[in-house]
Design a protein around this ligand. Structure first.
Ligand SMILES: *Cc1c(COP(=O)(O)O)cnc(C)c1O
Length: 390
């Protein structure tokens, strides 16, 4: 297919055509998925999780589209990600939750970003930042209810809450939220789910008894949105569902959940050639042609986020039908066996997304999760956003 023919299809920019690869991000589908997540948690406000460059989909365009679709809150892991949102002109409630000592708390206070404290050191640094900036910091307190990642344990919670309440009375901080995170929300009947909710409810009571009146209490990720209504509280934190992928097989496929693909990874064949039966393909000679056949070369590899674990396993759509990666995925390229179907250099391949297999199918054959497939697509692949509103 010629570049001119592809250029008439949406989502191929001249830069992407020349590169031979593009991650098209459909913001109409994204907004529909945001609305779908919101509809699944009707009593709660939606916090759109846009960490890790919006799971590889583009931080700022996705943040804006999430707001357009009604997300009251935005959430990031790193403070710098939240700062980047503000510096791009995105306003409204934003919370960040992962910081080390010396992180840019003052920059967050200046920009009215909620930060999270799970321990006394963080509370101290936020208080110091607030005094330096000369205005109260908005702070959310995180309880560890059983994930054993961030968050204060039940043993440390009363002291953290007490210290935060003192700082609030002094006008140094405003405790805007209390929250926690599930370990097994993708398995709603897992006994830890109910146990974590009970521990969280206790943490909320302790916070209330200390005089805190947080604006928002939240616990559910996408899996909790679809699988554990009891955990919706005031806000739900949706990530993967907005990006059109399933939060876990037990909850159903993305399609079952009414979610549409957002990222479509397309490439153009960098080479097409006939070979005879008995030719081995790619490093290690792990694939051998069993007929005379046509090989198509795709200019994407593990440096671009195509998992090497997809060798002889990854699905793709090319030359009119579904294919499987032939041989090993290399750093920059992989090969598809196109059989006797007609193909030309420059023809389009759908690696995943609309018109091809899903990122969840890639995850399945690679022994990982759809989150990792989309998040790893690297900077050598241009992102093109469709459905951007003026
Ligand atoms: C990433 C993240 C989420 C979103 O999880 P999904 O499974 O993608 O919905 C929610 N909360 C926290 C704390 C997270 O780190």
């Amino acid at each position: 297919m010629t570049a001119a023919a592809l250029a008439t299809a949406s989502g191929w920019t001249p830069e992407a055509l020349a590169r031979g690869a593009v991650a098209q991000v459909d913001l109409d589908a994204f907004r529909a998925n945001v609305a779908r997540c919101a509809e699944a948690a009707p009593g709660a406000a939606l916090l759109a999780v846009v960490k890790a460059d919006a799971y590889g989909h583009g931080l700022v365009p996705c943040a804006r589209a999430a707001r357009e679709a009604g997300a009251a809150w935005l959430g990031t892991a790193l403070l710098d990600e939240a700062i980047a949102l503000r510096d791009a002109g995105v306003d409204g409630p934003v919370v960040a939750w992962l910081a080390v000592p010396g992180a840019r708390f003052a920059a967050c206070v200046q920009r009215d970003i909620d930060v999270t404290a799970s321990a006394a050191w963080a509370l101290d640094e936020v208080a110091e930042a607030a005094r330096g900036v000369g205005r109260p910091a908005r702070i959310q307190l995180k309880a560890d209810t059983g994930l054993s990642r961030n968050g204060a344990t039940a043993g440390d919670w009363p002291a953290l809450v007490g210290a935060a309440a003192r700082l609030e009375r002094e006008g140094v901080v405003h405790v805007s939220g209390v929250w926690s995170h599930f370990a097994n929300a993708d398995e709603p009947s897992h006994p830890s789910v109910a146990r974590q909710i009970a521990v969280f409810d206790e943490a909320l009571e302790i916070a209330a008894a200390a005089g805190l009146r947080p604006e928002v209490r939240h616990m559910a990720n996408s899996a909790g949105v679809f699988g554990t209504p009891r955990a919706h509280y005031d806000v739900v934190r949706a990530g993967i569902g907005m990006y059109g992928l399933s939060p876990g097989a037990a909850l159903g496929s993305a399609r079952d959940l009414g979610l549409a693909p957002v990222m479509t990874l397309r490439a153009r064949l960098a080479g097409v050639k006939r070979v005879t039966a008995g030719e081995s393909v790619s490093y290690g000679s792990t694939y051998t042609t069993d007929h005379d056949t046509t090989l198509g070369l795709v200019p994407l590899g593990y440096a671009d986020g195509i998992p090497r674990a997809a060798s002889n396993a990854g699905p793709a759509y090319a030359a009119g039908r579904p294919r499987t990666v032939a041989g090993r995925v290399c750093m920059d390229q992989f090969v598809l066996d196109l059989g006797d179907d007609a193909a030309d250099p420059g023809d389009e391949v759908v690696v995943f997304g609309t018109g091809g297999p899903s990122a969840d199918e890639w995850a399945e054959v690679c022994g990982t999760i759809g989150y990792e497939i989309v998040t790893r697509i690297g900077p050598r692949v241009p992102r093109v956003h469709t459905g951007v509103r003026a």
